[in-house]
Design a protein around this ligand. Sequence first.
Ligand code: ZN
Length: 98
Amino acid sequence: MEGPRCWSCHYNFKWKESVVYFLGHKTCSNCGKKQYITTDSSKKVGIFGAPLPLIPFVFNGFGVNWLFTSLIAFLAIIIYMALIPYKLEFTKDKQPLF
Ligand SMILES: [Zn+2]
């Protein structure tokens, strides 16, 4: 899988860099241009992330013990963090959230 690219110099961001961008750092490490996450990709990230807080409740509802539930929730967060960078797209202009 390929990470997102800079809109200006097409620099291919590494996973670690993409996570940093997701957390709010917004300039290309290659050309220094500002990057904004597109509305479309931030929606995708939100859709993937939305079910995460529900995991403990769903598992608990099925009578799964908390230790196992925490393990699953932890793994889900790891997978989410691993996938986020590949779902991001950057643009030069700030886009409205909706
Ligand atoms: Zn760049």
